[in-house]
Design a protein around this ligand. Sequence first.
Ligand code: HPA
Length: 283
Amino acid sequence: MTDQESHLENVSKSAAAIRAACGGGPVPRVAIVLGSGLGGLADKVEAATVVPYRDLPGFPVPTVAGHAGTLLVGRLGGSPVLVLNGRKHFYETNDPYPLRTMIRGVRAAGVEVLFLSNAAGSLRPHIGVSELMLITDHVNFLGLNPLTGPNDDAFGPRFFSMTGAWDPALSERLRAVARAEAITLHEGVYVAFRGPSFETPAEIRMAQGWGGDAVGMSSVPECLIARHCGMRVVGVSCITNMGAGLSDENLTHAHTIENASRGAAAFERLVTAAVPVLADGSG
Ligand code: HPA
């Protein structure tokens, strides 16, 4: 079997397992990818059926603290939701297939909207630690694209537009939810670095010059794969630190997890209120 054939088989087996986890009922319209330190939301999912990634053929098995590696199906804010708790970053692997399988598996099961979340460093003084930022666009500085190699025509076209990739209409719904919940929601451009090192102060100045507002090591590959297969994407960064050189703090992963959990209360409130609004199929 070629890589492509085994990928197709993994996607369809995983999609079947996800449909089975939905107990024969409808598959949620919205899936949420939980970022570093934001996994607490998984505990808020009601009537959850939990499937470990290892039971989903071809899914990534995370290696980083703060990433569980479980898929949940249940309800949030009264609406059906699918939660992907944990993912693999490109600093853990050069293999794009597990991430492709994860995103395309949920797509093939019937999910239409992907809500991406991440921990990120701020590039702007007005975007503070533990605050939230709506992602309106991104810069892919990973040095790779998860869709390189032969195109999988079964999922999407070779070439596709990334204009409006972070869905403007769904983002507008998120802004309205944040206003109604009195949650500060900044907005801006997310610049993805490969990691695993944090950036140098010179790289942070470069990212600022590129029009970036936050930096991180994830979410861009997920967005690319999801847009390729026709999903709508929205996303929020939880700011865990100022970018390197913008404050005196020393950047560590423990610090990321700690500050993400400080921002997690607002994140959880926003997402819980947003799920029913994003699940509405009109517009
Ligand atoms: N840089 C890259 N990734 C991150 C950061 C950062 O400053 N903070 C949290 N994730």
